[in-house]
Design a protein around this ligand. Structure first.
Ligand SMILES: Nc1ncnc2c1ncn2[C@@H]1O[C@H](COP(=O)(O)OP(=O)(O)O)[C@@H](O)[C@H]1O
Ligand SMILES: [Mg+2]
Length: 663
């Protein structure tokens, strides 16, 4: 289905070679005239010295036709003269599309550098499912094909089917006479009767269909091999075929997309639904959610995959792959597109400072940087405008992480201490107004733990208080005391918000992530606008059961305010020892799996239910390539964006340097 744009120079040469000597000389003469404006008799004789007098006369008459002024044997190029050579439309088209040469062999045809082997369908299956010709277009096979479909009149089909039916009945009768049964004929009879019934009741129409295919390749062996593969595949779908031996040229012409059939192959009657399903551009070939779908990438046939997370039952997504495999890039493309198309608010928790650069060129964006000295770190105990009841449910989970895991006996103790700390500040569940009061800080909680410990007489519980106090001390007076803030934190009010905390020590990153999740969840609880929260290095908060449980409950609440959570993580290796975390990732509504290396390939494949081919794809994928699981469907995907977006989101150091220079 492609015009052959072959090197023009080469073709021009070919065209000239075919010209007669007279034409060639005429062109030389005309060129001379165009350049020098006059042609003297001696010059004319010199240019035409090898030609006969007749030929010379022919050239002269041609020149006169072109309105070169002929003056005492001297030709002159004037304004009235036409250009030396008018290229006719036909010549121009030839020049543009004509291949260097065509070589018709019996089995294959060669056009320029390309070899073709023709195949036509000679029999179609009686019933076909949706996407029955999918293989031809879905697979990355080097084939061109054309489908000719023509509606046929009800009357003609009725006649045809009746005739067929009579024939089958006759045959059946013959078998019966012999006392032999023929199940195939019986089935055929039933099928014809059914079809006849459908036609007569107007349930569906039959279409005349023919299918022409050209296998393409760089040499005879290649096309022959590909041809036989195509034939086998079609056979497995119940489509019978024939090679177009000797008629390859006609077949090729039929495949040129101008709707003309040059080959009278057998036309088969197919029912309407099957005919509709054979359209390569019908919806099952395109993976597009209309209206709010955003472009995610392209499948192996370079067909766009455009999807909407807002149509999924859950909004949780996972992006997994080794360093540099394209996780952040794909996520940026997704959130930018969703922001553009659906007006989605974006929050990115960026532990490695990978997303801040792009903000410089995004309208209504902001970067919030959190470091040890920043006063903006949200106070864990702040209600952030939410209710105390909600806080009392979620904050113990944050402390579970903050204090490095709590035992069953410690959990009720901290819960009690938290309630008491709020109460001491006058904040109680029963009084909504009190929720607006200045919240306690970590120091207040630490003091409360100490007080409870003092009052406690049970030796074992005393030791529990002791342990928790010691751990909390790191965040109040110890090395992480910068987390002990009074601030109501940050204000991610833009459409596009990046919260960066690269300078934060690894130990506090998980806690900080949870605080930020909690903060955003609470702050936007009442806001029903679509929003996406991206959590890079998500493994940091999926390392144990309590973390996984927190993230899960977060996502559930966030979903209620139209929030989608995207978790980015390197591999399942970081989640060793946390089956809950893995299970949570595997349960995502959508998952990108990019290049995966080493020992985790198999585990990743098992976790996400990849087949062997898909496993091979993720282990050998290039940057931006992988498997996309969307709902229940698996796609091979290549993430691609337009050049402008690429400039915006790439972090390749060389590109960034070049782009900085350009700006
Ligand atoms: N689909 C892609 N198309 C083009 N370049 C890509 C693609 N994916 C990644 N890259 C390049 O690779 C770099 C690193 O990719 P990135 O997504 O940051 O990796 P990681 O998986 O570590 O997050 C990007 O900044 C970009 O330059
Ligand atoms: Mg990254």
């Amino acid at each position: 289905m492609r015009a052959h744009m072959v090197r023009r120079k080469h073709m021009k040469f070919n065209i000239l070679k075919r010209k007669s000597e007279v034409d060639a000389t005429f062109e030389r003469v005309a060129d001379h005239l165009r350049e020098k404006k006059v042609l003297l008799p001696a010059e004319f004789e010199e240019l035409c010295k090898d030609l006969s007098p007749d030929a010379k006369e022919e050239i002269k008459s041609k020149l006169r036709q072109l309105k070169y002024t002929h003056n005492e044997d001297m030709f002159e190029f004037t304004d009235a003269s036409k250009p030396a050579r008018d290229i006719t439309d036909k010549e121009l088209i030839e020049l543009l599309i004509k291949p260097d040469y065509v070589n018709t062999d019996e089995d294959v045809i060669q056009v320029g550098n390309q070899f073709y082997k023709g195949i036509v369908a000679s029999g179609f299956p009686a019933t076909v499912g949706e996407n029955w010709l999918g293989e031809l277009t879905q697979e990355k096979r080097n084939v061109d094909f054309s489908i000719f479909l023509e509606p046929s009149s009800v009357r003609a089909i009725e006649l045809y089917l009746n005739k067929q039916l009579r024939k089958v009945e006759n045959d059946l009768y013959k078998y019966q006479q012999k006392g032999v049964s023929n199940p195939a004929l019986k089935a055929r009879k039933d099928q014809l009767t059914q079809q006849l019934k459908h036609i007569l009741t107007g349930e569906y129409k039959l279409f005349k269909m023919s299918l022409h295919i050209a296998a393409k390749g760089k040499n005879k062996e290649d096309v022959t091999l590909l041809g036989s593969k195509v034939v086998n595949d079609l056979h497995s779908k119940g489509i019978e075929t024939k090679y177009t031996t000797k008629y390859n040229e006609q077949l090729l012409k039929s495949i040129i997309p101008c709707g003309k059939r040059h080959l009278d192959s057998r036309e088969i009657l197919v029912p309407g639904p099957a005919a509709a399903a054979s359209f390569p551009f019908s919806s099952s070939f395109y993976d597009i959610d209309e209206q709010d779908g955003v472009l995610l990438g392209f499948n192996s046939n370079k067909i766009p995959i455009a999807k909407s997370i807002w149509k999924l039952p859950k909004y949780v997504g996972t992006v997994i792959g080794s360093t540099g495999s394209g996780k952040s890039y794909a996520t940026k493309a997704l959130v930018l597109n969703d922001n553009l198309i659906n007006g989605t608010k974006v929050f990115i928790l960026d532990p490695e400072d990978e997303y801040t650069d792009m903000c410089q060129n995004i309208k209504d964006s902001q970067v919030i940087r959190l470091g040890r000295d920043s006063k903006k770190i949200p106070n864990i105990l702040s209600l952030m405008g939410g209710s105390l009841s909600d806080k009392l449910i979620s904050v113990p989970k944050v402390f579970d992480v903050l204090l490095g895991g709590l035992t069953a006996s410690q959990k009720p103790l901290i819960e009690r201490a938290i309630i008491a700390t709020y109460k001491k500040k006058g904040i109680v569940e029963t009084n909504e107004k009190s929720w607006k009061k200045t919240p306690p800080t970590l120091s207040d909680l630490a003091a409360m733990l100490k007080a409870h410990k003092k009052k406690c007489s049970d030796y074992k519980l005393k030791s529990d208080y002791e342990t928790m106090s010691n751990k909390l001390e790191r965040f109040t007076t110890g090395i992480f005391k910068f987390m002990n803030t009074t601030g109501d934190g940050i204000n991610p009010k833009s459409m596009f918000n990046v919260i960066e905390f690269k300078s934060m020590p690894n130990e506090v990153r998980p806690v900080l992530m949870l605080i930020l999740l909690e903060f955003i969840k609470t702050k936007f609880l009442e806001d029903k606008e679509k929003k996406i929260l991206v959590l890079d290095e998500a493994w940091r908060v999926l390392k144990n059961q309590s973390e996984a449980a927190y993230v899960e409950s977060f996502a559930r609440t966030f979903r209620k305010s139209n929030g989608s959570l995207i978790l980015i993580t390197q591999s399942v290796e970081e989640l060793q020892g946390c089956p809950e975390g893995k299970a949570y990732l595997a349960n995502s509504a959508f998952t990108y799996i990019f290049k995966t290396e080493g020992v985790v390939v198999q585990e990743t494949a098992e976790l996400f239910g990849l087949n062997d081919t898909e496993t091979e794809i993720i282990s050998s994928a290039k940057q931006g390539e992988g498997i996309l699981i969307w709902g229940k469907t698996h796609h091979k995907i290549q993430v691609r964006v337009d050049p402008k977006t690429h400039e915006l989101i790439t972090t390749n150091p060389e590109e960034v340097k070049r782009l900085r220079g350009k700006r």
